[in-house]
Design a protein. Sequence first.
Length: 245
Amino acid sequence: MAGFDMTDIRNRILRALPENSLSALIPHLKAVELPSRKVLVQINERPLHAYFIESGLASMIAMSTDGESVEVGHIGFEGMSAAHIVLGADTTPNRTFMQVAGYGYALPINRLRQAADGDALLLELLLRYNHYAALQLANSALANARYSINERLSRWLLMVHDRLRCDDLPLTHEFLALMLGVRRSGITNELHILEGIHAIRATRGNVRILSRQKLEAIAAGSYGTPEQIYEDLFRKPLSGPIPPR
């Protein structure tokens, strides 16, 4: 992708930036394709770029030393990869890759740190996003511990639907099983239940959302709190640096 028109930005972090902050980043942003399976953050490696996603879906995976893995977060047009860099951490034990292809804007990590160090409003916005991401992770832990597979699957489908903004979600049973940390046969059974109440229609490599309302009713309290907090954080005006006393 040779160039981009900043008036067409979808990424909500970039859109929320004040004009001066965004203008300072524009020369360093590069529009890039993000194909499926592209690794955005590798385990225990310092990334070269942060990606502000415009379309598609990235998955953040936690992995144990003995090979167990489960998804702990999503990133779509509401967010960015390598947010840990803003917190002063060069690496993370989590892996982030594109699950659904899309495109976004790549910003060199060194430039991200320089910009955040010199722009209090940018730093505040990035810290707000990190706070939201931590809440989303906490909510995932709560869902995994206290909610059924059916409720967790409904929550997960809603989260993907939020980010892709279309009713057809290109998801395989194998991927759903990996993301929820259950066997493929368990996912197949739960998809059949959701199909039976006409909440979704599942075909090979695709899940079509037929009724968000039904999914929200099943997900119940496992879905919605981080999403509302995100909206509140990104509607709230930026305050800038705290004045000295």
